[in-house]
Every structure is written in structure tokens, then in C-alpha cells.
Write a protein that binds this ligand. Structure first.
Ligand code: IPM
Ligand code: MG
Length: 356
């Protein structure tokens, strides 16, 4: 079981260290190799995704990823910015299926910005297509406009596009995920305006016919954004394109009150995966020992389940995390009165303890 460990920037190294510690006590035989990525790799090797890091990732069964990005790199040319590392890994490894659960832990119901009764028991799975859409569509660039409202003016453009097989494969992923849950899929689109998303809706509908046991409905993205804060529990599996999924998954994660708790998985057709917390690199709190390592530890559990075929070990980690929450241990992001504030490392140690 070969794992590429890519800690990255900001709080990345601190939280990944805790996940590695947890993996280390499972009694399983991992070959873990660490490599720089993001801003850290730019500093060390002049590129956010060095050839050697990409090679290691491609040759591994799974990638355990921290986070990338820091404001100090905002002025670099786009190809050198830390975000290019994660986009490059998605593209080169073909990680088209992104799983982003938004779960409201019962201990953290009151940390949500929504009323407790709206989020108690919330368990949504957002499935975001991750290698297509306007993120990767060509052509893109800057040029002088020859038409439009201001011919002769400078303009920039990106291309939103999806091919039929791209939509079909992510739709299958969503329907199959729903079969293991409450058998409901909401496909989010903008079919009322965009050709790309009318096509999306048509193709998802067609694929849905192969899953008569799953109930499919369609929702425009603006309405979905509204429903997520109005009545989030109406959703179960949500499937959508790359850009809408980017936006809706941040919205959904925040209303659980526990963004520091949410893992994610990005899979390719071979079952290789990249596992990372849903939150970012949080450079403002980096190095202070206060970041929440649980999202990364839970990402390691997803890695065991989806890429390494170790379901039992995945469940052991998830149970251990439930236990430390039940013990009242909290990093500052999820702290509330009456609970015990702990550091990043203490939280990792507590999970290790619970596993023993
Ligand atoms: C995410 C992030 C990335 C994205 C950035 C860092 C490129 O926001 O994983 O959601 O937009 O996909
Ligand atoms: Mg995002």
C-alpha cells in the first residue's frame, strides 16, 4: 500500500503529521513517502507541482494531501501559484469524481450558523465532477475583442464544456453512491440558461433510467444555493459540475459548523485517489498548533476505504474520532463552553489513544 504524503502549505504539515501518526498505529504495512507540493514546492524546487512529486503521486495507490496556498503567492504568474498543484494532480491523475460529505456531528450542532433543528442529523454527499467544465475547458485566455459590447477592447474568456462520457461517468458514480444511502440524487444545473447544463441534465436523466431504484430530481444552481440554507436536510446525494460543486460544497460544509471536520476524496477510474480535508491551508493560523487535524484524519479513513481496501481500519478511525468528540475534546475551531480545548497534536494523540 503505497501512499504519497503531500503536506503542502499553511496548516498542511501540522494536520498531515497527525494523520500519518494515526495511520502508523493501525498495525498495517504502508509505504509512505513525503514530497513537497504547492508554495512549499515552489520555494524548494521553483514549481508548485515538481516532476518528482507528480511521479510519486502517479505511482502511489493513494495521495494523502494537506492543503496548498498562501496570499504571499498571489502575485506569481498563474502557472506558478500553489493552486496549480492541486489542479495539476486532478488533471494528470484523472481524478474526476470528488466526494465531499457535509455532515453535522451531533456534538457540534450548535456550532452551525443555522438553527440547530435545521442541521441536526444533516448528512449530505456532494459529488462534484472535478476534471471538466469551465475549470479545464479550452480555449481560454485574453485577447482583443472583435465582437460583443465593446469591440476593440481587451477581454478575457473561459470555456464551459462537458462531453457526454464525462457526464455519464460522474452520473454513474452518483447513482451508485445513492444506492448505498437513501436512494435519492439531486442533479444541480443551470439548464435554463446554459447549453452545457441543458446537456448535463439530459445525460444525467438518461443515465438515471439505469437506476430505477434511485429517485432523481433536478434543481437549478441558484435555487440549490438557496435550499441549502433554507432546508438543507431535503438533500442526500447532490451531483453537479466542477464550478457549481466548488461553490455549493463550501456552502454546505460551512452550515455543518464543522469545516475542520470534513474530509474529501477525489477518485479516478482506476480507484487511485487523492484524500484531503475540505478546508484550505489557513495561513493565518499556521504554525500555532491550533488547527483541527480531524478532517485530515477522516480523509485518511476515506483513503483506507476507497483506495486501499481496508474498510475495517477505516471504521476504526471513524469510531475513534467519534470517541474523542464524545470525550469533549475540541480544537479551538469547534470549541464551546463546557468542552476541553486541545491543540492539534493533543487531538491527534487522543485519536491514537482511542484506537488503542
Ligand atoms: C477546492 C478549491 C480549489 C478549487 C482551488 C484551490 C483550486 O477551492 O478544492 O474546492 O477551486 O477546486
Ligand atoms: Mg473550493
Amino acid at each position: 500500500m503505497k501512499i504519497a504524503v503531500l503536506p503542502g502549505d499553511g496548516i498542511g504539515p501540522e494536520i498531515v503529521a497527525e494523520a500519518v501518526k494515526v495511520l502508523g498505529v493501525l498495525g498495517l504495512d504502508f509505504d509512505m513517502q513525503t514530497a513537497p507540493v504547492g508554495g512549499a514546492a515552489y520555494e524548494a524546487a521553483g514549481h508548485p507541482l515538481p516532476e518528482s512529486t507528480l511521479k510519486l503521486a502517479m505511482e502511489s495507490d493513494a495521495v494523502l494531501f494537506g492543503a496548498v496556498g498562501d496570499w504571499k503567492y498571489d502575485t506569481l504568474d498563474r502557472p506558478l501559484r500553489p493552486e496549480q498543484a492541486i489542479l495539476g494532480l486532478r488533471k494528470h491523475m484523472g481524478l474526476f469524481a470528488n466526494f465531499r460529505p457535509a455532515i453535522c456531528y451531533k456534538e457540534l450542532t450548535h456550532a452551525s450558523s443555522l438553527k440547530p433543528e435545521l442541521v441536526a442529523g444533516l448528512d449530505i454527499l456532494i459529488i462534484r465532477e472535478l476534471t471538466g467544465d469551465i475549470y479545464f475547458g479550452q480555449p481560454r485566455g485574453r485577447r482583443v475583442a472583435t465582437d460583443g459590447h465593446f469591440p476593440g477592447a481587451e477581454e478575457a474568456f473561459d470555456t464551459m464544456r462537458y462531453s457526454k462520457p464525462e457526464i455519464e461517468r460522474i452520473a454513474h458514480v452518483a447513482f451508485q453512491a445513492a444506492q448505498k444511502r437513501s436512494k435519492r440524487v439531486t442533479s444541480v444545473d443551470k439548464a435554463n440558461v446554459l447549453e452545457t447544463f441543458q446537456f448535463w441534465k439530459d445525460v444525467v436523466t438518461e443515465v438515471g433510467k439505469q437506476y430505477p431504484d434511485v429517485q432523481l430530481d433536478h434543481m437549478y444552481v441558484d435555487n440549490a444555493a438557496m435550499q441549502l440554507v433554507k432546508e438543507p436536510k431535503r438533500f442526500d446525494v447532490v451531483v453537479t459540475g466542477n464550478m457549481f460543486g466548488d461553490i455549493l460544497s463550501d456552502e454546505a460544509s460551512m452550515l455543518t459548523g464543522s469545516i475542520g471536520m470534513l474530509p474529501s476524496a477525489s477518485l479516478n477510474a482506476k480507484g487511485q485517489g487523492l484524500y484531503e480535508p475540505s478546508h484550505g491551508s489557513a495561513p493565518d493560523i499556521a504554525g500555532k498548533g491550533i488547527a483541527n487535524p480531524l478532517a485530515t484524519i477522516l480523509s485518511a479513513a476515506m483513503m483506507l476505504r476507497f483506495s486501499l481496501n481496508q474498510e475495517a481500519a477505516a471504521q476504526r478511525i471513524e469510531t475513534a474520532v467519534q470517541q474523542v468528540l464524545a470525550q469533549g475534546l475540541r480544537t479551538p475551531d469547534i470549541y464551546s463552553e463546557g468542552t476541553t480545548k486541545v491543540s492539534t497534536r493533543e487531538m491527534g494523540d487522543a485519536v491514537v489513544q482511542a484506537l488503542a
